[in-house]
Design a protein around this ligand. Structure first.
Ligand code: ACM
Length: 668
């Protein structure tokens, strides 16, 4: 994962053994490039992580004898990596040797990660199957946008995220560095930005340079975003004169869309931004530079008579056109340093030069509009990981779909790919990995692999493997949640044995749950602030319950094969066993809820789960006995079942839809 563009297993099947003597020979004009050499070192470490084998750090004595030969046809051009740099590679594995051929170092990086992913444990020990792969990405822009403003994300977590991104062949880290709730970059020219806008939680310039270098070594571009003219309250804490209404301002602690906006009608604003962007375009070497532009509230502009006069004087008719004026001015400042401006949908305004790139969070329609008008674009709508949707939902969203698929070829070509987005209002460094992974790997496949890769069952099979694989490489998506749940049951008076049982009971209870979806957790914007602890059960479970999905699949398989009585009986027995086990577990888990403040609201979740489990067991009894409920009985039962599906403690009981299918079947 991601599926290669072209792949053929060798006939007859064979396999290359991976042993401690594994070694590499790198050849060709790009072989000694630092990125290739670093990738080889990293891969050796990766083999050790995956297998426990103490892999030799000696290069191969002779090319012909190397376990893996790498030919890199060209050296790197000077950094930074550029959009569209070749990532093509070919990997040929036989029982005797593996050969990786790449156009340039970047392709070698991608091919080495494919090689790592192919290592499996067989009865011959660790092996890589004999295979011929010819691979290149479908889209050149495959990113993750990470909000580090709402909650600060320490560099270690970002490095780990970059490691994971590289493993699934993502190539753009979009760093959302400023927003109402925090300004996260050290500015030497305007130090009050971080001094008054960050609570001391910001990245030093040296740290940023190191991170960019690290990302480069992994084949990942770093595109910074400084969102403006809205989403800027944290700037105004130190520089209130930038705002369109008098201050003072302080860092925004709540979440939502706020009124403060930069003053587009003052030359001082552009002088400030000119100096600021000069500093930041130097710090961030990528040729693209994101200036946001989303969700600007016009209230401050409307209330300011000086801004009115400015609009009148310049013939600017309405606030959207005032934003267009601002965007245009900022675009000129960005272009002065040789950069392409990136903006969200709202940046697409009449008169803005065609060199800007549009990132669509609103949907494919605006991306198609942009492409028709000559703008390049990337899609993020459909890839918002903070909405807590299943991997399958994101996987089926394609940058070329609907309106964009209807575009003629040359216009379609302007769609360069996409970015997943992770907004951090309700995520912290502690559970970041679990909000990203493994779902991000499914999105990475959408951006890399052929459009024909659409088989959900295959995706989930490979995602389960990839999820474990990522953990071998240091991602913490399962471990971090596990620890959070251990914290939920910990108690000084528990014996080791009781603690173990309690954790097991909570895990069993939690495995059927998911967090509620979209932005329902903080709908009124009042419930959560930046300092609300995110340490309850809803924060400690995966966005997607594998257990619930598998339960549902089992129900569907049963319903398909219902005419075969042998299958029917076995499948019902299995479904019954699962429901009974969850039911029995309720006795074990309930005592925990009374003991612990963080779990005290879970009793009503348990009540609802009990209702659902009982309903499922009754449906199975009816199905087994061949009894049919009449219509009114069925609808009364379904009504009770649906009531029990209502969110409680921000949790959804995700085996309910499977149980509902059983109940409907028992009713007709
Ligand atoms: C966005 O979601 N406002 C970019």
């Amino acid at each position: 994962m991601p599926l290669p563009a072209r792949m053929r297993l060798a006939e007859p099947a064979g396999a290359l053994r991976i042993e401690a003597s594994f070694n590499v020979a790198a050849l060709g004009p790009g072989a000694s490039d630092p990125r290739v050499q670093a990738a080889i070192v990293r891969m050796r470490g990766g083999i050790t992580r995956q297998t426990g084998l103490m892999v030799s750090s000696q290069p191969a004595a002779a090319t012909a004898a190397a376990t893996l030969r790498i030919f890199v046809a060209a050296p790197d051009h000077p950094a930074p990596q550029r959009l569209g740099d070749s990532e093509h590679y070919m990997l040929n594995v036989t029982a005797g040797q593996a050969t990786l051929i790449a156009d340039a170092p970047l392709g070698a990086l991608r091919g080495l990660n494919t090689f790592l992913q192919l290592i499996e444990l067989s009865n011959a020990g660790f092996t890589v199957p004999a295979v011929l792969i010819d691979d290149a990405p479908r889209f050149p822009w495959r990113g993750l946008s990470l909000d580090c403003s709402r909650h600060f994300i320490p560099l270690g977590a970002i490095r780990r995220t970059l490691d994971g991104m590289a493993l699934v062949k993502l190539n753009v880290f979009h760093w959302h560095l400023s927003d109402d709730q925090g300004f996260r970059v050290e500015s030497k020219r305007f130090p009050r930005l971080q001094q008054m806008g960050s609570d001391g939680l910001y990245y030093k310039q040296t740290e940023i340079r190191d991170l960019i270098e690290y990302a480069y070594s992994l084949g990942i571009r770093v595109v910074p975003e400084f969102d403006m003219p809205g989403h800027t309250t944290s700037w105004f804490a130190g520089y209130p004169e930038l705002a369109s209404a008098p201050g003072p301002y302080s860092i925004e602690r709540k979440f939502g869309i706020f009124k403060p906006a930069m003053d587009p009608a003052k030359e001082d604003t552009y002088r400030f931004l000119g100096e600021f962007l000069e500093e930041m375009t130097d710090l961030f070497p990528d040729e693209y530079f994101h200036v946001g532009g989303d969700e600007v509230e016009p209230d401050q502009w409307k209330a300011n008579t000086r801004i009115h006069a400015f609009m009148k004087e310049h013939g600017i008719d309405g606030e959207p056109l005032l934003q267009a004026y601002f965007s245009k001015r900022v675009q000129e400042l960005v272009a002065r340093h040789g950069k392409h401006m990136v903006g969200w949908d709202e940046a697409l305004q009449p008169g803005i030069p065609k060199t800007i790139l549009i990132q669509s969070w609103r949907g494919p329609q605006s991306l198609a509009d942009a492409a028709r008008q000559g703008y390049e674009g990337i899609l993020s709508a459909g890839y918002y990981l903070d909405l807590m949707q299943p991997a399958s939902q994101h996987y089926l969203v394609d940058p070329i779909q609907g309106e964009t698929a209807a575009l003629p070829g040359p216009e379609q070509k302007r769609i360069l790919g996409g970015e997943a987005a992770m907004w951090e209002e309700l995520a912290t460094p502690e559970n970041l990995d679990a909000k990203l992974w493994p779902r991000l790997a499914a999105i990475a496949e959408r951006f890399w692999s052929p459009a024909s890769a659409k088989d959900i069952a295959s995706m989930y099979d490979r995602l389960a493997f990839t999820s474990r694989w990522l953990e071998f490489h240091g991602l913490r998506h399962r471990e971090s949640l596990r620890l959070m749940r251990e914290r939920l049951v910990a108690g000084g008076d528990l014996s080791a044995h009781d603690a173990h049982d309690s954790i097991e009971a909570l895990d069993r209870f939690a495995e059927v749950l998911e967090p509620i979806k979209e932005y329902t957790r903080n709908e009124d914007g009042e419930k959560y602030t930046q300092s609300t602890p995110l340490n309850r059960l809803v924060d400690s479970i995966s966005p997607e319950s594998d257990t619930a999905r598998e339960f549902r699949a089992l129900v569907e398989r049963y319903l398909e094969k219902r005419s075969n009585s042998a299958v029917t009986s076995e499948a019902l027995t299995r479904l019954e066993a699962e429901l009974s086990a969850w039911h029995a577990n309720l006795q074990k888990v309930r005592p925990l809820f009374g003991r612990n403040a963080l779990l005290s609201d879970c009793n009503s979740v348990a009540d609802r789960l009990e209702t659902i489990l009982q309903a499922g067991l009754e449906a199975i009894q009816a199905l087994r006995a061949g009894r049919r409920w009449d219509a009114s009985e069925t609808s009364a039962r379904l009504a009770r079942l649906d009531q029990a599906y209502a969110p409680q403690s921000e949790l959804l009981i995700q085996i309910q839809p499977g149980v509902r299918r059983l109940m409907t079947a028992a009713g007709n």
